[in-house]
Design a protein around this ligand. Structure first.
Ligand code: GUN
Length: 294
């Protein structure tokens, strides 16, 4: 192994400790406790697990967590009504509507309803629009790409003038990641499932961000020696030797990539733990915004 291993668990723990200290200080100085409301519609087991992890982390850091669960057949109007009541509730600083929503609900209509100052996921179109604009900043940065940026920063990886290639163009990861790296003065290429000569693009990159949802797709021979590789993928592959019958792997073939890259995130234990840590950071920031208005 030649690459430096970027330890997402350790960096996420550092970030969470900083937040816990800031929350305690806010309570001591202002008697104010940040509050995060989660909204889960339906019973998708993966979504329920993610929401539970977010709630547990809140509790550990001293953030109040208020969980709302609606049945899978809840109407769009009911979901919007709940979001509106959370917008109006001064004890709630952040609102997180877990995605995906059931098919009969228009996700954008729901996300558009969230108060900009409570949009801790950073998915409101105005926050995304500000992220895209030079000289403007969103109130909140989407948590997963925010976490990737913190991993790069805290691993000492220079983005200034760097060639960055992002594989994947989702609204949650690829697109905001491209805008963040551009703001950090990288030269950015977004690749996706229709890109021709994907390997040629990746070979030019000083920074590769893989977020395409395709197990082990990026192999060591595609990576420029010394590049930083951030793997956002979480894919299940069969593994009879594991008692669950599967294991989790990224979009990057770790074993071959680690021999060529300068730095690389593992899966699990890389980007994953950062997402929740950055949600907590956004919730603290939402409380700071609310407190400043008091
Ligand atoms: N579903 C998958 N990722 C996310 C996320 O970052 N936020 C929300 N709300 N839902 C998700």
């Amino acid at each position: 192994m030649t690459a430096h291993l970027i330890d997402g668990t350790a960096i996420a723990n550092q970030v969470k400790e900083e937040i816990q200290t800031a929350v305690a200080q806010m309570q001591a100085e202002h008697g104010y406790t940040p509050g995060l409301a989660t909204v889960l519609v339906g019973e998708d087991p993966a979504s329920a697990t993610y929401v539970r992890m977010k709630q547990r982390t809140c509790e550990k850091l001293g953030i109040r967590s208020i969980g709302h669960v609606l049945p899978a057949d809840a109407s769009q109007a009911e979901v919007i009504k709940l979001v509106a009541s959370l917008n109006a509730d001064p004890t709630i600083n952040g609102i997180l509507v877990q995605l995906p929503l059931p098919k009969h609900i228009d996700e954008e209509a729901v996300l558009n309803t969230i108060d900009l100052e409570k949009d801790v996921d950073g998915f409101h179109p105005v926050n995304i629009g500000r992220l895209a604009m030079k000289g403007r900043d969103p109130l909140f940065i989407p948590c997963t790409p925010y976490g990737c940026m913190v991993l790069l920063e805290r691993s000492g990886i220079n983005t200034n003038g760097a060639e960055a290639v992002i594989v994947g163009r989702s609204n949650i990861v690829g697109l905001p990641m491209a805008m963040l790296l551009q703001k950090a003065n990288a030269t950015v290429t977004i690749c996706h499932s229709r890109t021709k000569d994907l390997a040629e693009h990746i070979r030019r990159a000083d920074i590769v961000v893989a977020a395409i949802g395709w197990a082990n797709m990026i192999t060591g021979d595609m990576i420029k020696p010394g590049a930083a590789v951030i793997d956002v993928g979480i894919n299940r592959v069969d593994d009879p030797s594991d008692k669950r019958g599967y294991k989790l792997v990224g979009d990057v073939d770790f074993d071959s990539a680690k021999e060529v890259a300068g730095a690389i995130t593992p899966v699990p234990g890389g980007v994953g733990p950062m997402t929740i840590a950055m949600l907590m950071k956004n919730t603290l920031h939402a409380a700071e915004i609310a407190l400043a208005k008091k």
